[in-house]
Design a protein around this ligand. Structure first.
Ligand code: NAG
Ligand code: NAG
Ligand code: NAG
Ligand code: NAG
Ligand code: NAG
Length: 546
């Protein structure tokens, strides 16, 4: 009854009081008053909602400007004549346009003469620079005294906002603001000559409102005649001042390290030594630097139960042939990939158990993680040296370590390591380098789509000395690109007589400019298969920045 009269009122609002009213009058006079009241309210609500809709439409079309999506050039390059560069590429948003910008460093005598002299530096000097990710234009340049040791960008606590770059060069440690390129602080690193990357970021230890960091000092060259103690030194991100005292990390034969966070967020320092892999809680080391520092750093209970009572060290993996340890990107619970002379293994860090081990020959490059199969567990791309200037590129299942895919390619060192970019379809596309023609010196990049894995898209390039390579998204969920830095390698060459070129290319742009290459050599490639793999690449939608 209520429903019906309500509907009638909306359909024929004028009739309500007259004809219909006459018939229903006697049925219920009391109910009638309440109902017409309700109808009035409905009409008012209806008009109000129309008004609100129009107001919103009006506001969005005329008053509020649409969010401007940054326009980008699909391919750009930046050339520095007569310079030398280093294996370093970082992407960070420097100019706050939501597109990541590119940081690289070079040594230059000529083109940057004024840049060096203006900064009161002798020539040649180092130039750390940021270029706009959208078009390759220079955002800032920072001249620094040579010699170059290392640089890391994205270091939290440095700079006015967010993060900055830390450069170890000549006798100094210099913090550079990522937005302006200004020097935030500069300190002598005389006590830290053996400081090694990666930096260990820690929460704000000295309560100055900025994150802090630590540097681990050791001599990775095991044959050195003057043994260097392994020491950890904490620094203030804001001022660069040393925090607390130096901590002696009492373990022999350290040649590499990494900072690892367990599933519960506990921070551990992992040490690769000539007898195996060890972990020690960062909180324990921080407390040795200054009592109280440990309060911001959690410990993992199950790990601590296994630690040595006196030293706090936890033995994670014993091997005299350890080469490299990587935290598996995107694995849950977090796991570690352990590479030795002749194998790779996956260590599950929650149970501290080895899930699988796969035998390999010498690996040519650092393994790359990406989703190849459909199980959601990150898979691993490795490059094995097969002798005779041939490499075998393989994808190992992250679940079982079995070989899911492989291809043999020619290569001439140095050949950049593979890269991957995650798509929205939960698989990654992979990019690798190699040669397919024995007689030509052309270097090719290859794109691999896991759902069309019998084919690769090959793009031939003239042979260049690639010093650094990175594939990444430059914006959230879009703008999948790769960066190639070519030129003389500053660590090997002393004469800087060739151009250093940074090139950015959109990955999808390579699809049109490439040829199809069959993974198994004698396979016939139909036009249909070729079209469908190109089409699959064009359809790709990318996931978040990893
Ligand atoms: C750099 O870009 C310009 C135009 O954008 C192009 O003409 C030139 O060939 C490019 N250089 C290299 C080395 O790719
Ligand atoms: C090191 O830093 C100090 C302090 O800023 C500065 O005076 C000195 O010139 C720097 N030395 C070099 C070689 O850059
Ligand atoms: C891997 O290498 C080890 C030691 O050389 C050997 O015992 C084992 O059988 C190998 N496994 C496979 C699957 O080849
Ligand atoms: C290396 O490759 C060349 C050309 O394919 C071949 O002639 C030669 O026999 C190979 N050598 C070895 C040791 O496999
Ligand atoms: C390999 O390169 C040489 C020299 O550039 C060329 O003559 C030859 O046709 C190429 N071979 C193939 C299979 O592409």
């Amino acid at each position: 009854m209520t429903d019906e009269s309500g509907r009638g009122g909306e359909a024929e609002p004028l009739k309500d009081g007259e004809a219909e009213g006459g018939v229903t009058k006697e049925k219920s006079c009391a109910g009638k008053l309440g109902l017409s009241h309700l109808t009035g309210w409905r009409t008012a609500a209806f008009l109000l909602s129309i008004f609100l809709c129009l107001a919103v439409i009006f506001a969005f079309s005329f008053i509020l400007p649409c969010p401007v999506r940054p326009q980008y050039v699909s391919t750009w390059n930046r050339t520095v004549p007569d310079a030398a560069t280093f294996d370093f590429l970082a992407v960070e948003d420097a100019n706050e346009d939501k597109v990541l910008d590119v940081f690289f460093i070079y040594r230059d005598a000529d083109a940057s003469r004024n840049t060096c002299l203006n900064a009161d530096l002798s020539v040649p000097c180092l130039v750390l620079t940021a270029v706009d990710g959208t078009n390759g234009k220079s955002l800032w340049k920072r001249a620094l005294s040579a010699e170059f040791d290392w640089v890391e960008c994205g270091v939290k606590g440095l700079g006015h906002k967010g993060s900055g770059c830390l450069v170890a060069h000549a006798d100094n440690l210099t913090a550079v603001d990522k937005k302006t390129g200004q020097i935030m602080w500069q300190h002598s690193r005389s006590t830290l000559m053996h400081g090694n990357l990666p930096l260990i970021s820690v929460p704000d230890l000295n309560s100055d409102g900025k994150e802090d960091f630590a540097v681990l000092s050791y001599n990775p060259d095991a044959l050195s005649f003057t043994p260097t103690p392994t020491e950890l030194v904490f620094f203030s991100g804001k001022s660069g001042d040393q925090l607390g005292s130096r901590v002696n990390v009492d373990v022999n034969g350290v040649f590499a390290h990494l900072h690892f966070k367990t599933a519960s967020g506990a921070s551990y320092l992992l040490l690769l030594t000539d007898s195996g892999l060890y972990a020690v809680s960062l909180g324990r080391l921080a407390a040795l630097a200054k009592p109280g520092f440990e309060s911001a750093l959690k410990k993992e209970k199950s790990w601590e139960e296994l630690s040595d009572i006196h030293t706090g060290f936890i033995s994670l993996y014993q091997s005299g042939f350890l080469k490299r340890v990587l935290a598996v990107q995107g694995s849950n619970p977090p796991s570690l990939l352990i590479q030795t002379d002749s194998s790779v293994s996956l260590l599950q860090t929650d149970k501290l158990k080895t899930a699988w081990t796969t035998n390999t020959s010498t690996l040519l490059s650092e393994p790359t993680f990406g989703q190849f199969d459909k199980d959601g567990i990150p898979d691993i791309m490795i490059e094995e040296d097969a002798g005779n200037q041939t490499k075998r590129v393989m994808v190992l299942s992250g679940h079982s370590g079995v070989v899911l895919w492989e291809v043999s390619l020619l290569f001439w060192p140095p050949s950049p390591r593979p890269a991957s970019v995650l798509t929205l379809n939960t698989y990654s596309v992979f990019m690798l380098w190699g040669q397919t023609n024995q007689t030509s010196q052309m270097q090719s990049s290859f794109l691999l789509h896991p759902r069309y894995s019998k084919l690769l898209l090959e793009r031939r390039k003239s042979s260049q000395n690639i010093v650094s390579f990175k594939a990444t998204l430059l914006e959230r969920g879009r703008h999948a690109s790769y960066l190639v830095l070519t030129g003389p390698d500053g660590r090997r060459h002393t004469d800087d007589s060739e151009p250093v070129i940074l090139t950015k290319r959109k990955i999808k742009k390579d699809v049109e400019e490439s040829e199809v290459y069959g993974v198994t050599a004698d396979e016939l490639i139909s036009q249909d298969a070729e079209d469908s793999v190109r089409e699959a690449f064009h359809r790709l939608r990318f996931s978040e920045i990893q």
